[in-house]
Ligand binder design. Structure first.
Ligand code: ADP
Length: 675
């Protein structure tokens, strides 16, 4: 940069004329010794006749005086401001000696012998004698390296500010716009010329002026306001969402003189946030509807399954099937049972996701659960020809647990081990104490699980090999249920596998109860079921097949049954015939099972009648509703022969010998098989 005017060193015209005299030269050098700038003189041939200390420092060396080795300049190397090298005989000193002109504020770069560089302004001027002949010259070198650095960094900063996508705006404490970068132009639409000098309310919507006042007040206290999300208005009147960071700007003495404001346009981000929130809500809604659908589906599937299952049991009880038909019946029963299990899993899955599963905890011994689970899984394990090795710790392992759910967990693990192992494999089941826990491990020699899917096997609907799993008749629900049930018990479930073909091991940890005293041994239920004394029983169900099957099962147990299709006729028949037990469906058109129970309970002539609700809903809240309506018992469809038998056997009824007929106001209702 060649400065035309240079305030630092303006020599007076004719300065140096007398200085050419030796005495003045001496005085001049005394003077130059003291100035805070490099200074040196040369004779007419360019030999250095004098230099001061600062000059030697700038050069990084001490040139030889009055020598032809160092002419015009004491520096090691010289460069122009644009970086091009300058020979010493073309330096400003050399030019001043040659032309006699004055060269002021000429920017040059001096390189020292150690390669470091300084930027200086050269001020070169020749001395003339009385005759006007050039006898020498003086050059004053002012170090501007610091200023250069500052200028450069300021230029860099300005370039950064300018290139920023964010709007960067400087303003006074009064709110007047002092600077306005390209980002501000792009975001707000005003050019720098249009914005600078205006008040910052230019871009603040009227209803937010108060907000700006409070920001200015915080700035005046020296506070920084960060990532403040607000709204600004553009030149064309659009409202945009911005995130503001405003910091106080201080002068050299630390006084707050203004503020810098960085505004980021977050309209797009806001939009995508809203979009995300909308999608999330939509997903949740879909998920909720899926759960509801699953709940409704599984519930609806149960209804036709109940009579199917009961009919097959009835066929078995009839006992007069040919071996071929019995074989077919057994296949059907197997398949229906499998369907029932799938539907139950589905129902559980939808309940679990809706947080509607309750545990019915009691003190249980792990060995008993293991026995039940093995009993339930035995047919699948045997059918595949697997060997099952069971080892259970000899000491009692007591849990406070829901036995139904834990057996379900163990059955699932055992069934999986059987399903995902080639026929003729080996399965180990081991139960032992592990610190405060009971650990139950189910290990197999089966297909194994690849490492990358191990973390996902407990996720709902996750299956490693869909074709294989489907072939095994699964929905990918069992392990998700298992984990949930185990966690609801305060335990955890873990899986490990050596990889494909290397078998798998699932381990369930369940907290043991503190008091590990063994339970009193309960009497095992009798295997043999002797005939039960006959009672008068009324069955009410609006689904003819369901009513018929239930009645048939009851008759198979030796009961006298009357079946009616709706609550009102049942109500009348009950008053006329005074049955000892009423089995009532809950969901019936018109008067439902709850209402029927309330009416029966209110009837004095029916005091002592046993009311049994028979429904597809087995949740605690359903049982509670039934209890409140006056039911004594609650059976979940499909009702098995065994559960009916056990219920009747437990009733404190005395046998009543006289025959049953259903008498309603319409006369005598006879029970007919539905077609
Ligand atoms: P599914 O009804 O598919 O069996 P689960 O939730 O019980 O559902 O199991 C999820 C998946 O985990 C299965 O589909 C199968 O891929 C894998 N899996 C479960 N148990 C085993 C096992 N013992 N060996 C190999 N893979 C298994």
């Amino acid at each position: 940069v060649a400065h035309d005017t240079c305030p630092e060193f303006a020599f007076p015209p004719n300065a140096g004329v007398e200085s050419a005299l030796p005495n003045s030269q001496w005085r001049l050098s005394r003077l130059l010794d003291k100035i805070p700038a490099g200074a040196y003189t040369c004779d007419a041939q360019g030999r250095i006749t004098y230099y001061n200390q600062p000059a030697a420092q700038l050069w990084g060396r001490a040139p030889k005086l009055n020598s032809n080795e160092d002419r015009f300049c004491g520096s090691f190397r010289l460069f122009a401001a644009d970086g091009l090298p300058i020979d010493h005989d073309r330096s400003w000193m050399a030019l001043a000696l040659k032309t006699g002109q004055v060269y002021n504020c000429k920017e040059i770069v001096i390189q020292r012998p150690d390669a470091s560089c300084v930027t200086v302004l050269a001020h070169a001027r020749a001395f003339r004698d009385q005759a006007g002949e050039i006898v020498g010259a003086m050059n004053i070198l002012v170090d501007i390296s610091q200023r250069k650095l500052a200028e450069e960094s300021q230029a860099r900063l300005a370039a950064i500010v300018e290139s920023s996508d964010d709007a960067i705006v400087g303003k006074s404490l009064g709110g007047q716009i002092l600077s306005w970068n390209g980002g501000a132009e792009r975001i707000f639409g005003y050019t720098a010329a249009e914005a600078i000098g205006r008040h910052i309310t230019l871009i603040i919507p009227p209803e937010r002026h108060e907000e700006e006042r409070s920001i200015l007040a915080r700035l005046a206290r020296g506070e920084r306001v960060e990532h403040f999300e607000t709204v600004r208005v553009t030149k064309d009147g659009r409202r945009i969402d911005v995130s503001l960071t405003t910091s106080p700007v201080r002068d050299g003495s630390g006084r707050i003189v203004g503020a810098s404001k960085v505004a980021r346009d977050i309209t797009a981000r806001k939009h995508s946030e809203q979009e995300r929130a909308r999608l999330y809500a939509q997903l949740q809604e879909l998920d909720r509807r899926k759960d509801e659908f699953l709940a409704a589906l599984s519930h609806e599937l149960r209804n036709p399954l109940a009579p199917l299952s009961n009919s097959l049991q009835l066929l078995r009880l009839s006992g007069d099937l040919s071996p071929a038909v019995e074989h077919v019946r057994a296949i059907m029963e197997n398949q229906v049972n499998h369907l029932v299990r799938l539907v139950d899993d589905l129902l559980d899955a939808s309940r679990i996701t809706r947080g509607k599963v309750e545990l019915r905890k009691q003190r249980v011994e792990l060995a008993a659960l293991v026995t039940s689970a093995v009993e339930a899984s035995r047919p699948i394990i045997d059918a595949a020809g697997h060997q099952l090795a069971i080892s259970v710790a000899p000491e009692p392992l007591l849990l406070d647990a829901d036995p139904v759910r834990l057996v379900q967990v163990l059955v699932n693990l055992l069934n999986n081990a059987a399903k995902y192992t080639e026929n003729g494999g080996q399965i180990w089941l081991a139960a032992r104490a592990s610190d405060g826990y009971a650990a139950i491990s189910v290990r197999d020699t089966g297909v194994g699980i690849p490492a990358e899917v191990l973390p996902r096997v407990f996720d709902m609907f996750s299956q490693v090999d869909r074709t294989l799993s489907r072939a095994q008749g699964g929905l990918g629900i069992g392990l998700a249920l298992a984990r949930r049930f185990v966690e609801m018990h305060g335990g955890r479930i873990e899986v490990q596998s050596g990889g494909p073909g290397m078998g798998s091991e699932f381990v369930v940890y369940l907290p043991r109860v503190q008091d590990q005293r063994p339970l009193a041994i309960e009497a095992a239920p009798p295997i043999h079921r002797p005939p039960l004394p006959a009672h008068r029983i009324l069955v009410v169900d609006d689904t003819p097949a369901a009513g018929y099957i239930l009645a048939s099962l009851l008759e198979a147990i030796g009961q006298r049954v009357c079946t009616l299709p709706d609550a009102l006729s049942a109500w009348e028949a009950a008053r006329a015939n005074r049955p000892e037990v009423v089995f009532a469906d809950i969901n019936m058109p018109g008067v439902d099972g709850y209402e029927l129970a309330r009416r029966l309970r209110a009837e004095p002539s029916l005091a002592g009648v046993v009311l049994v609700a028979v429904t597809g809903y087995g949740q605690e809240q359903d049982r509670e509703l039934a209890r409140q309506a006056g039911f004594n018992h609650h059976l979940v469809k499909p009702v098995s022969y065994e559960s009916l038998y056990d219920l009747l056997a437990s009733l404190p009824l005395s046998p009543v010998p006289h025959p049953t007929q259903c008498t309603t106001s319409a006369g005598v209702a006879t029970q007919e098989a539905p077609t």
